[in-house]
Write a protein of this length. Structure first.
Ligand SMILES: Nc1nc2c(c(=O)[nH]1)N=C([C@H](O)[C@H](O)COP(=O)(O)OP(=O)(O)OP(=O)(O)O)CN2
Ligand SMILES: [Zn+2]
Length: 139
């Protein structure tokens, strides 16, 4: 059996959002989300790392071609979210807060949809700020 490895590609996108739950009152939203509930939103330069895990093909020396992973991430992440308002432009966030946790799940689902060998998807990591980082492994 061929050795298995992890491969990761990193991208950055810019978007704005507001933390707000339609299941809470305005007062509760303010209490829970504080400054991040500001009506007119705020922005981030999100960093996303997508990791695949799989066999290193003995002929090509690759798990998959990074060029293909780049294409998948463009379609799954950049096209729907770069320079967008996450809450207004991305349907997924119309009924759930655009937290980094929910963002990782959305990206995971998006990657699963566009990848040819989606079973290789291992982890999605999102940096909302330098200090706030969430990882999701489809569990
Ligand atoms: N569990 C979560 N908590 C919070 C999230 C989140 O996605 N998941 N997000 C936010 C905000 O969107 C927010 O923009 C965070 O900004 P900020 O507090 O300014 O970020 P830092 O912690 O990196 O800034 P410091 O300078 O370190 O205060 C809030 N909570
Ligand atoms: Zn934020």
């Amino acid at each position: 059996m061929a050795p298995k490895g992890y491969m990761t590609r990193r991208i950055q996108f810019s978007a704005c959002h507001r933390l707000h739950s339609i299941h809470l009152s305005d007062v509760e939203n303010k209490q829970i989300f504080g400054k991040c509930n500001n009506l007119n939103g705020h922005g981030h330069n999100y960093i996303v790392k997508v990791t695949l895990f799989g066999e290193i093909d003995p002929t090509t020396g690759m798990i998959i071609n990074m060029t293909d992973l780049k294409k998948y991430m463009q379609e799954a992440i950049m096209n729907p979210m770069d320079h967008k308002n996450l809450d207004l432009d991305v349907l997924y966030f119309s009924d759930k807060p655009s937290t980094t946790e929910n963002l990782t799940v959305f990206i995971w689902n998006q990657m699963k949809k566009v990848m040819d060998k989606s079973e290789l998807l291992y982890e999605v990591e999102v940096h909302e700020t330098e200090n706030n980082i969430v990882k999701y492994r489809g569990e």
